[in-house]
Design a protein around this ligand. Structure first.
Ligand code: SAH
Length: 212
């Protein structure tokens, strides 16, 4: 069924029930945000009918919008709270950015591809979700010393190694989530920084487009 305006809400409810809550996501803020953000606005017209399916979708050459469960899982594991300062590396379509914005985070999102960044900015502005988002063009793996440190850092592209400069921008008591691996798949890592000590926790295997 095509997600027309009238049934997109019910498709979203089914997606949240079957793909997200059924797989153990229980953070109320995350569930609420996933129920509110219309995913069909982020996919290309030829994938419109698949907007609520349990998979990543292509959005351009070599680019994807992540599977809904992965977005929910990363957001839950990041333990985002309203008012948190979040750095997101890899804006892509802006769907993950929209989920973070819906939760009430203050976000700095960085994207290498200017066209993707512009479309994401346009979408979020139309959806009234851009007020607390600063959109930056460039290499997000570099340091953003003018705006660091962050309460949370979320990298939505797979890195071969842990980018030390980025870890250094996690504030005290902060968290970072990043997929790391040399092959086609990566291990999603959660890094906790407290009193200068860093604790790395492997979460799940995943497959993201490469961090360039
Ligand atoms: N979270 C996105 C999906 C991101 S796909 C969504 O919800 O749609 C990964 C994105 O990371 C791609 O758009 C890619 O262009 C971008 N990217 C890759 N390397 C990057 C880098 N070094 N800095 C910023 N963005 C990068």
């Amino acid at each position: 069924m095509s997600p027309s305006l009238s049934n997109s809400e019910s498709l979203r409810r089914t997606m949240v029930e079957k793909q997200i809550v059924a797989r153990g996501i229980c953070d109320k803020n995350v569930i609420d945000a996933m129920l509110r953000v219309p995913r069909e606005r982020f996919v290309s017209p030829d994938c419109f009918t698949q907007a609520y399916e349990d998979k990543a979708l292509p959005v351009g050459p070599g680019q994807t919008i992540s599977q809904p469960f992965i977005v929910a899982y990363m957001t839950q594991m990041l333990m985002v709270e309203p008012g948190h300062r979040v750095l997101e590396v890899g804006t892509g379509t802006g769907y993950q950015t929209a989920i973070l914005a819906q939760i009430g985070a203050r976000i700095c999102t960085v994207e290498l591809d200017d066209n993707l960044l512009r479309s994401a900015m346009h979408r979020l502005t139309e959806m009234n979700l851009a007020a607390n988002v600063s959109f930056r063009s460039g290499d997000g793996a570099k340091a953003y010393r003018d705006v660091a440190p962050f309460d949370r850092i979320l990298v939505t592209a797979g890195s071969q190694l842990l980018p030390e400069e980025l870890v250094g921008q996690v504030g005290c008591g902060g968290l970072m989530i990043i997929p790391v691996g040399r092959g086609k798949t990566q291990m999603m890592l959660r890094i906790r920084v407290r009193d200068g000590v860093r604790i790395e926790q492997p979460l799940i295997a995943c497959r993201f487009v490469p961090l360039v």
